[in-house]
Design a protein around this ligand. Structure first.
Ligand code: 5GP
Length: 193
């Protein structure tokens, strides 16, 4: 089984984590996204089992009680998001490297649970986050407000993570993210017993 570290990409809503991960996976096919479960509504274009496993609240609760989550969080509008043990196991068994996209508290929880986890914080200015969330137009104004309020708190936590990548320009940020991941994987391979 693979002993490569788990890569956690975190940061506020609208920072472009999803887009950067998609680009990272395109550049490094040995990586695989661990699909989280959520109770939020599916956005146009999202596919069950690709962006998320979309659970209804009862299913999420049942899986939680069954111990199926490594961690979970309630994010905006009371919606739940959680990391499934089964996703991490599936990716490890396939000898691939696991990439998680999590908000900041979940990222820290995974770092505590899985030794060697590498956390990368994706940042952008508040004005940029607001512009992206409004452009995406998939949330109500109340939800956008809630996400921006959370973003202020999350930006203050940026230095608690192993690496910081500022998403000012997608191509530049993707290249920096790739460099960080490659360096961490090389380092982990060297210190492997
Ligand atoms: P969105 O609704 O925009 O897809 O996600 C909201 C936030 O939840 C994002 O910051 C995303 O990274 C985070 N998130 C997605 N899956 C999980 C998860 O399994 N656990 C935690 N803690 N956060 C998650």
């Amino acid at each position: 089984m693979s002993s490569a570290p788990v890569i956690v990409v975190t940061g506020p809503s609208g920072a472009g984590k999803g887009t950067l991960i998609a680009e990272l996976l395109r550049r490094m096919p040995e990586l695989e996204h661990a699909v989280s479960a959520t109770t939020r509504e599916r956005r146009p274009g999202e596919v069950d089992g690709r962006e998320y496993w979309f659970f209804n609240p009862e299913e999420f609760e049942r899986r939680l009680q069954a111990g199926d989550f490594l961690e979970y969080r309630v994010y905006v509008s009371g919606k739940r998001y959680g990391t499934l043990h089964s996703e991490l196991e599936r990716i490890k068994k396939a000898e691939r490297i696991c990439v998680l996209e999590l908000e900041t508290v979940g990222a820290m929880a995974v770092k505590r649970c899985i030794p060697g986890t590498v956390t990368i914080f994706i940042s952008a200015s508040v004005a940029e986050l607001e512009r992206r969330l409004k452009k995406r137009a998939t949330e109500t104004n109340t939800e956008i407000g809630e996400r921006l309020r959370l973003a202020h708190e999350q930006l203050e936590q940026a230095d608690e993570f192993d690496h910081l990548v500022v998403n000012d320009d997608l191509n530049r940020a993707a290249t920096e993210l790739e460099r960080v991941v490659r360096r961490e994987l090389a380092l982990a391979a060297r210190i492997k017993p």
